[in-house]
Design a protein around this ligand. Structure first.
Ligand code: FDA
Length: 461
């Protein structure tokens, strides 16, 4: 067992924790990063499965994600554009398949007008409420106590329009059924990406990928931190007390190292805070708040083919169908790869249903759904893989956490409040870049700056 003395202990070597640790080191503080898994990167994980490089977790970067873009630059990482030539495919409420080009789904004029109206309303709310403190807006309680499902239907009589707009936030982002989170939570999701219109524009939100994979953001940062990153070492307990001089002393116990420090940054998603024993226990407010934050569930499906056959048919590989099992499909071919990769997403209740099936039946159902968009050739991939984050002990879902109905306005204002020397940092708590790697990086920088300032003030005293 290692016994270390450091200024700051970071719990979790995902993009947020590693960014925080690197920033703290730049500020002249000593750090140790304790990571439960045998790898860094958390919800970003680039691996080779049956000879195909796959992004098992987070991968896309959009133009507004400037904190991540700056970090990619700093680390010398390059990006490339998602393939988007050709027509997209839409399967409507009537099950009819239509090829289309441009940004708008090929729906009836009435449904299109209703969709535009809902997009306008959500863009308006996003602009008015902003990403930083949605809970502080005068309409916060009203919007947080109605489910997104019901808010949509209160604003439009068109079921197909409601389902399509719901798809962008429910299946597409929060990966929970639209009845399980509030309209305010939906607005936060939208404004954290700049606007709701950005979420409906796959060429914006899914713009670019990192050459070599998103996990490199963590691998390269960890490389720079060297021996200060300790893997296979889940943190089990955090004991802290105040010093006679008003400062704090912390003792963090993990499987392979015990670290004595002045501050702790918990860089793990909120649903995992309770895996750690805090002594003294966290205050009532935190105990309650953390029970209202939970991860969604989505299966990210990867199918690799000898060639990107859909391109020969004039298709981009982009497909949408709110009622389909696989609600979204994209061309996810790797940079410089002659093979073609599709990625698809099976979200929330649909994921529950296919997890009831045998692995073989699930694979058949998922591939048949993709073939429903792109044709029979989709049925026989060379490599098939399902990212199953719900089974990962140190994550327990995907993509990130959100509050249950009513939780955001009730608890949001306290989600960044430190407890003694304990600070919170993850993409789940971000304003801009919420739920994304960009938000993880922003939170890492912000939390490191707060802790570095405290350390500076206490050193000067
Ligand atoms: P993250 O969860 O990454 O890291 C936390 C770390 O803490 C983990 O390594 C975990 O093992 C560790 N840990 C937990 N408990 C611990 C304990 N007790 N002791 C020690 N260590 C502990 N984003 C994006 O920008 N573009 C995208 O395309 C996608 N797509 C996407 C797909 C899928 C399938 C997933 C799962 C996620 C995405 N995301 C995404 C989201 C993105 O990956 C996510 O927001 C960031 O990885 C979050 O980074 P954090 O560092 O906040 O947490």
């Amino acid at each position: 067992m290692l016994e270390l003395d450091r200024d700051v202990v970071v719990v979790g070597a995902g993009p947020s924790g590693l960014t925080a640790a690197r920033e703290l080191k730049k500020a002249g503080l000593s750090v140790a990063v304790l990571e439960a898994r045998d790898r860094v990167g958390g919800r970003t994980w680039t691996d080779t499965i049956d000879g195909a490089m796959l992004e098992i977790g987070g991968q896309w970067v959009s133009p507004d994600q400037t904190a991540l873009l700056e970090l990619l630059d700093e680390l010398g990482l390059e990006t490339y554009s998602r393939y988007r030539e050709g027509e997209s495919v839409y399967i409507g409420a009537d099950g009819k398949k239509t090829r289309y080009s441009g940004d708008s789904f090929p729906v009836s004029d009435t449904t299109a007008a209703e969709m535009d109206k809902l997009i306008g309303l959500l863009d308006g709310l996003a602009a008015e409420i902003g990403p930083a403190e949605p809970w502080a807006h005068p309409r916060a309680r009203e919007l947080d106590t109605v489910s997104f499902h019901h808010w949509l239907r209160a604003n439009s009589p068109d079921e197909e329009a409601c389902n399509n707009i719901g798809l962008f936030i429910a299946g597409g982002m929060l990966t929970k059924p639209a009845h399980a989170f509030s309209a305010l939570q939906a607005v936060l999701m939208a404004v954290s990406a700049g606007s709701f219109s950005h979420l409906t524009d796959e060429d914006f939100i899914l713009d670019r990928r990192v050459v070599g994979g998103m996990q490199q953001v963590s691998l390269l940062q960890a490389q720079q931190l060297g021996g200060d990153v300790i893997l296979n070492s889940p943190v089990r307990s955090i004991d802290w007390e105040e010093n006679a001089d008003g400062g704090t002393r912390v003792r963090v116990i993990s499987d392979r190292a015990t670290v004595n420090a002045r501050y702790v940054i918990m860089a793990v998603p909120p649903n995992l805070y309770s895996r750690v024993s805090f002594n003294p226990p966290l205050p009532r407010r935190q105990h309650q708040m953390h029970q209202h934050q939970s991860l969604g569930l989505v299966i990210k499906v990867h199918a690799v083919y000898g060639t990107p056959f859909w391109r020969e048919n004039g298709l981009s590989g982009t497909c949408f169908g709110a009622d389909a099992l696989v609600q979204e499909v994209y061309d996810n071919t790797n940079h410089g790869d002659s093979r073609g990769t599709l990625v698809g997403f099976v979200s929330d209740e649909k994921a529950d249903a296919v997890f009831e099936l045998s692995a073989e039946d699930r694979r058949s159902a998922i591939l048949e759904s993709i073939a429903g968009f792109l044709g029979e050739q989709a049925l026989k991939p060379e490599v098939y893989y399902e990212s199953d984050w719900g089974s990962e002990e140190w994550t327990r879902g995907a993509y990130a956490s959100s509050y249950d109905l009513g939780g955001l306005h009730r608890y949001g204002k306290d989600q960044h409040r430190p407890v003694g020397p304990i600070y919170w940092s993850s993409s789940d708590l971000a304003a801009e870049g919420y739920q994304h790697v960009d938000g993880a990086v922003r939170m890492g920088k912000r939390t490191a700056a707060r802790v570095a300032e405290l350390a500076r003030v206490s050193a000067a005293a």
